[in-house]
Write a protein that binds this ligand. Structure first.
Ligand SMILES: NC(=O)c1ccc[n+]([C@@H]2O[C@H](COP(=O)([O-])OP(=O)(O)OC[C@H]3O[C@@H](n4cnc5c(N)ncnc54)[C@H](O)[C@@H]3O)[C@@H](O)[C@H]2O)c1
Length: 443
């Protein structure tokens, strides 16, 4: 383990810690996206609002590096001060590329680069770190976020925030604890801050095209990476390295990727569904992958509103990332990425449209987070994102088992806990197993 040095003298004054930890949390607003975002954007900065915020990153892969760039590009007077990753070589690579772009905002000494399975704890133990960004595989997220909240840190947590009902419950407790602490939790559901999403959904909630009746959401793409085992890796090390393909780590594509659309669905519908009925299967996945190629789910939301959802990752197929919401007087389509949104009346006449800019949304979540800390009104939005992650899990449970599954069962009675009870980084793991409806049990 790297040696720890006390460099606190030049870092912080007692008043700074009080300032950074004394907020009154804002939470429910994220369920309505716009309200929260506007409220925070409009918040008056508290006294001392320019004080330095020190950041630690856990998970220095693709999105970890993206999150660092996003926050560096939009926030002033912040410093990346520590990096943790299970793989040592990720640390130097991330620091090097971050320094090239944001030299004055990167202050990661060699002894603040931690590697190994417990590396995240070194960041949580570091009193200099105010804010921790989590971008590990999702299976670790509930526990890591809960420990960060217990340690009094502000948190940015990538999506999904849980991959099973056990993780969902941990998220709910962490949300409550953060509210009590006055510490922030912002999540990587960037569409909640993407202007065309916010404006479209505000119009739907304002009733511009009548009552919301049903929806159809798709996240269909061409496939995903697969990482071959490297010599010398234990089973556990290999599964973490190739995490997408193991359900305890990724939650399968419905949770890992399509949670964006499911989050949009919950946002539009005002909360999670009552039940799910689903199907799907696998045809092209490499041997050793537990993932399905596609999942289709019919969700029923309160008011008997039926919403159909589909996700697919099959090479050579046509991609589509879109969300269509059917209302009594028209319909609204919001496309993923930069493809914009529009609203038409029942005759198909366009009555509103707007372009999209996902790059701005990725930055906005980090601006909202840091602004909310400085305004002493820390955003706590883990509950809504945990609900969306759990809605994806509910759909997966229905599809994997071939049963109709209620939200009530999944969140109150299910005993599903995918995290290995005997977790050992050097240990063996059972042979990969994929779900077969009718055989896979609902637990
Ligand atoms: N919001 C978005 O649009 C978006 C986009 C891409 C990825 N993501 C999410 O970000 C997360 C990371 O995805 P990625 O694409 O960066 O994956 P990645 O494989 O590129 O990076 C994951 C990193 O975490 C490290 N890691 C694994 N287990 C760890 C542990 N226990 N402790 C510390 N480090 C650990 C890995 O070594 C790797 O460097 C996932 O949850 C993914 O769903 C979100």
């Amino acid at each position: 383990m790297p040696e720890k040095h006390d460099t606190s003298a030049d870092r912080e004054q007692p008043s700074r810690r009080n300032f950074l930890k004394s907020g009154t949390a804002i939470s429910a607003g994220v369920a309505s996206g716009l309200a929260t975002t506007r409220a925070i954007r409009g918040a008056e900065p508290a006294e001392g609002s320019s004080q330095l915020v020190r950041i630690g990153l856990v998970g220095a892969g693709g999105r970890g590096s993206g999150a660092v760039n996003d926050t560096m590009s939009i926030n002033e007077n912040i410093k990346l001060s520590a990096i943790a990753d299970i793989e040592e070589q990720k640390l130097g690579a991330l620091r090097k590329s971050a320094v090239k772009r944001y030299e004055d905002k990167i202050d990661v000494a060699d002894h603040k680069m931690y590697h190994g399975i417990d590396a995240y704890r070194r960041i949580l133990d570091d009193p200099e770190i105010d804010l921790v960004l989590f971008a590990t595989p999702p299976g670790f997220r509930p526990q890591y976020v809960a420990e960060a909240v217990d340690a009094g840190k502000h948190v940015f947590a990538e999506k999904p925030t849980c991959v099973d009902p056990a993780g969902y419950k941990i998220c709910l407790s962490a949300h409550e604890q953060a509210e009590k602490n006055g510490t922030a939790i912002v999540t990587g559901t960037q569409y909640r801050r993407q202007t065309n999403y916010v404006e479209a959904i505000q119009r739907l909630h304002d009733g511009v095209i009548g009552d919301i009746i049903a929806a159809n959401m798709r996240y269909c793409s061409n496939g995903i990476w697969f990482r071959n085992r490297k010599e010398g890796m234990s089973d556990t090390e290999y599964q973490i390295y190739n995490w997408m393909h193991f359900i305890w780590l990724s939650g399968d594509q419905i949770a890992e990727q399509a949670v964006h659309n499911i989050d949009t669905l919950n946002w539009v519908m005002g909360g999670p569904p009552e039940s799910a009925y689903g199907s799907g299967g696998r045809f092209t996945r490499p041997e050793g992958s537990e993932m399905w190629d596609n999942v289709v789910v019919d969700y029923v939301y309160p008011g008997n509103r039926l919403c159909s959802f589909m996700c697919r990752q099959i090479p050579g197929t046509q991609s589509d990332n879109s969300n269509t919401i059917f209302c009594s007087e028209g319909q609204c389509t919001i496309y993923g990425g930069n493809r914009g949104a529009n609203i038409v009346d029942r005759k198909g006449n366009e009555i509103w449209s707007m372009k999209g800019d996902i790059g701005e949304a990725y930055k906005q979540e980090h601006k909202d987070l840091v602004d909310s800390i400085r305004a002493e009104k820390p955003i706590v939005e883990l509950k809504a994102t945990a609900e969306s992650s759990m809605t994806a899990v509910l759909g997966r449970m229905a599809a994997y088992t071939g049963q109709l599954v209620s939200w009530d069962f999944a969140t109150n009675e299910s005993k599903l806990n995918l995290f290995p009870k005997d977790f050992d980084i050097q240990g063996t793991r059972p042979e990969p197993e994929f779900a077969v409806p009718g055989r896979t049990k609902l637990v």
